[in-house]
Design a protein around this ligand. Structure first.
Ligand code: DAS
Length: 355
């Protein structure tokens, strides 16, 4: 057996021993649900911080790679998927949320960590925030560099996530995202850059920080979430098709019409500025609204949009909805969840104000 395999086996055995010590010591029970991504990635060289294969390392090796986890929790892992998150479709999102919800109901589970690719981490974190009825800590975590790279960020991100998931003071704060020592709301946070370890930001700031296993809180979520949500994953069998069309100066209505032809129940307009719509696109959106497709104006401005009704577009007259401060990809998640309950545009707008 080569040295690498011997080392892996030793790590796994050591992790097993540490886990039993943690369990014996009565530490909180944390379950890690692994889905893939860079945090499970592997590159050829230590200098490969951007060139690597995502979704390669299994959850038991992720746990074995951070023996310090046993100091803060009794940890066990489940490999839910092993995929890059840009390919995590609605079906996987539902399956993951159902597993999170089921575990959260178990008396022997004190907290849950979801390891995830960073590309759609913000979508999954928001979805869980909307549909999992538990006040137990649910912490989503990824990494910007694979574990094989110099100054990899995954180990500390994972340690922080497990430490927060094991914390009493993280309860009732909604789904959290633990990246780069910050604790952000799963609702607010988005990936703002794809080449830095400080990639995830909330337009309204983090909820807190985690430093050497201690949480420091500065604010609380203002929108409805988890136990205070009217949506429940146990009552959602599937998600309706919601698509996103990107606004730009030379836009036309081709994408919107094609999405509607494919059965989209709502179209998120990822608009410029205040969710603005080109005058070449407005007629198609009004026609599609007349055919029952919901039209939702969001903004693709980078640091976070803030779309209000009837500013430059007569939303009341057109019966359109505004996504407020949700970016287009989060607006898609909320629209899909909301449409499992109502297709009334006034009710949908209420939901966009409250979540
Ligand atoms: N492809 C990216 C993903 O799985 C890798 C990462 O950043 O996690 O989201």
């Amino acid at each position: 057996m080569n040295l690498n395999r011997k080392l892996s086996r030793c790590l796994l055995v050591a992790a097993g021993l540490l886990a039993s010590v943690a369990a014996w010591a009565g530490l909180p029970n944390v379950v890690i649900l692994a889905t893939g991504g860079t945090i499970a990635g592997a590159g050829a060289e230590a200098t490969n911080s951007a060139t690597y294969q995502a979704a390669k390392v299994p959850v038991d090796k992720l746990i074995a790679g951070v023996p310090e986890l046993a100091k803060v929790a009794s940890v066990r892992g489940e490999q839910v998927f092993q995929i890059a998150s840009e390919s995590l479709a609605n079906e996987q999102l539902l399956a993951l949320a159902k597993r999170v919800a089921a575990l959260s109901k178990q008396g022997d589970v004190d907290g849950i960590v979801v390891t995830h690719g960073t590309d759609t981490l913000e979508e999954t974190a928001y979805f869980l925030n909307l549909v999992v009825h538990s006040d137990k800590p649910i912490v989503v975590v990824g990494s910007m560099r694979p574990g094989t790279a110099m100054s990899a960020d995954g180990m500390l991100n994972l340690f922080n996530a497990v430490s927060v998931a094991a914390s009493q003071d993280a309860r009732g704060k909604g789904v959290l995202v633990a990246m780069n020592d910050e604790l952000n709301s799963g609702r607010d946070v988005a990936k703002m850059i794809n080449i830095k370890t400080e990639a995830f930001k909330s337009p309204w700031g983090p909820l807190g920080m985690v430093v050497e296993g201690k949480n420091y809180w500065f604010r609380l979520p203002a929108k409805r979430h988890t136990v205070n949500s009217e949506f429940d994953i146990d009552k959602i069998a599937s998600l309706p098709l919601v698509e996103i069309a990107y606004g730009q100066g030379n836009a036309n209505d081709t994408a919107y019409r094609a999405f509607a032809d494919k059965g989209a129940k709502a179209i998120i307009h990822a608009g410029t500025g205040n969710g603005s719509v080109s005058n070449r696109v407005v007629p198609a959106l009004r026609e599609l609204r007349g055919k029952g497709v919901q039209i939702i104006r969001s903004s693709h401005v980078n640091a976070g949009g803030f779309v209000v009704r009837n500013a430059e577009q007569p939303d009341d007259k057109y019966d359109w909805i505004v996504a407020h401060d949700l970016n287009p990809q989060k607006a898609r998640i909320l629209a899909a969840v909301a449409l499992t309950k109502t297709s009334d545009s006034k009710e949908l707008q209420r939901i966009f104000w409250e979540y």
